[in-house]
Ligand binder design. Sequence first.
Ligand SMILES: NC(=O)c1ccc[n+]([C@@H]2O[C@H](COP(=O)([O-])OP(=O)(O)OC[C@H]3O[C@@H](n4cnc5c(N)ncnc54)[C@H](O)[C@@H]3O)[C@@H](O)[C@H]2O)c1
Length: 346
Amino acid sequence: MIIDNDMKILITGGCGFIGSNIAIFLKKKIKKSVIHSLDNLSRNSSKINLRRLKKKKITNFNVDISNIKKINLLIKYDIIIDCCAEASVEASKTDTNRVFFTNLVGTFNILEKAKKDKSKIIFLSTSRVYSINKICAKAKNINKKKYNFKIDENFSKESPISLYGFTKLSSERLIQEYFYSNNLKYIINRFGVVSGPWQFGKQDQGFISLWLWRHLNKKKLSYVGFDGLGNQVRDVIHVYDVCELILEQINKIDKINNKIFNVGGGIKNSITLKQLTSKVQKITKNNIKIGRKLKTSIYDIPYYVTNNKKIYYYYNWRVKKNIDDILNDTFQILSKNKQSFIKLEK
Ligand SMILES: NC(=O)c1ccc[n+]([C@@H]2O[C@H](COP(=O)([O-])OP(=O)(O)OC[C@H]3O[C@@H](n4cnc5c(N)ncnc54)[C@H](O)[C@@H]3O)[C@@H](O)[C@H]2O)c1
């Protein structure tokens, strides 16, 4: 669907993996739109994405999201798509200050701006708002062949959920309070694992692209946690499916708003690390020895598969791209731009 108007959209974290894909997609789809990005380029790979935005004439404001004064200098936007975060769960242990200020104070600042300008908000939340202990307990009883346990929006959010999860869940609550008192419109999407082109992953954020990259370059890789067997299950959604959903949500936000959705790859796009290894070996034509690290992080979960029932009900939306599409599309960009990505590791 193509919306033809002069909508003004701000994408925070617009030079990140998801933000940059959304920015470029919306620029193409919404004619005459003004798309701006706010990103302080703190993530190394964001500098590569900045070049992609520049080519499409999308302006990035190099501003820290915790700097309200600078945010208030920006123009008035119809919609703010909040993709800015310190998105690594493990940073909850080591980088607490940055997680707190970027993720929670950042949301507060964006809400102050939205309140002033009466902007609508689409917030990228996470499956990490759900209880680690409850997921671990449930995962013990799942049928490993069928993955018959899917997590919906009502699943327990009992602590612990990691500092990352806490800042996201608290941001959701802040959004609800602000929008209740100011009569504004919001959508919150709790995404599971998102992957695809232009992701440059780490062990706890972007394992699909990490797996491809390490195989492509014949570098070290390990199964971490849960006895180091690689049996952890995740469902994965292609970033292009995310982009299409966001466009649909912008399109319908006057009718469908103030709701929280789980969004993910679902059962068909679920995979274990071991299964991922064999697919990646075929794509990259490389075989590497995968080590085992037995110790499980206090934040890791053995299993996550999304229940997409609610998002399907409201938008008639479902995932189009399968795991092989995700792997092939991601691999293509990593291999074509190998030299640029190698520089990021130095
Ligand atoms: N990738 C996933 O699998 C996934 C899953 C669920 C939710 N999310 C959420 O989606 C959003 C985007 O994730 P992503 O994978 O694209 O992450 P990313 O790390 O690629 O992008 C985040 C961007 O935010 C920028 N940034 C970080 N701190 C900043 C600050 N203080 N001020 C301004 N900019 C700052 C970074 O430079 C980066 O470009 C995040 O909110 C994340 O929590 C991602």
